[in-house]
Write a protein of this length. Structure first.
Length: 149
């Protein structure tokens, strides 16, 4: 399991978002990917170029999900994007039982803020038990508040 800790504040440019993602030497080819808090699908799009078998993105924002769907519409990779609050009871129905890789980039601190630390922890546990590989970028404040190990 890979955990990378983002030391500085999250600047938010696309370059920042992708920084370090592909130097982690993760082999995405042929793998099923879950992108938690996928935003507009830019990370999913970049991963799609590495020929995963599938990408499943989840985000709370409808415009983000619409953009992600459009972005990946021309990709040969099987892509599915769901608009969902990760704190929703429907999460269990939406998630697949298993993913090869879960991508969790700069989203945990948002979950802690908008669904509360306890629930964020339970949701994260529910997600990560579906995989043995997590690629994460975690803000240092989230680390201080306690990421489940
Ligand atoms: C800082 S952005 C990171 C986006 C993307 N992972 C990246 O690195 O480019 C956090 C994302 O998490 C989403 N998000 C925040 N809270 C969420 C929640 N409770 N459920 C689903 N998505 C959420 C936001 O809409 C946003 O797209």
């Amino acid at each position: 399991m890979w955990w990378s800790r983002f030391k500085s504040g999250f600047a938010g440019t696309w370059d920042d978002r992708l920084d370090g993602l592909f130097s982690a030497k993760v082999d995405y080819a042929g793998k099923s990917i879950l992108d938690v808090g996928c935003n507009m699908g830019v990370v999913a799009y970049e991963i799609s170029k590495l020929k995963p078998s599938s990408i499943h993105g989840i985000d709370i924002a409808k415009p983000h999900i619409q953009t992600a769907k459009m972005l990946l519409s021309g990709s040969p990779v099987h892509a599915r994007f769901d608009r969902l609050n990760l704190g929703s009871r429907r999460l269990g129905n939406i998630l697949l039982p298993q993913y090869d890789i879960v991508v969790l980039l700069a989203v945990y601190q948002h979950m802690q803020r908008n669904i509360g630390p306890g629930k964020a922890r339970r949701v994260l546990s529910n997600i990560v038990r579906r995989t043995s590989n997590v690629v994460a970028r975690v803000h240092r404040n989230a680390v201080r508040r306690g990421i489940p190990s």
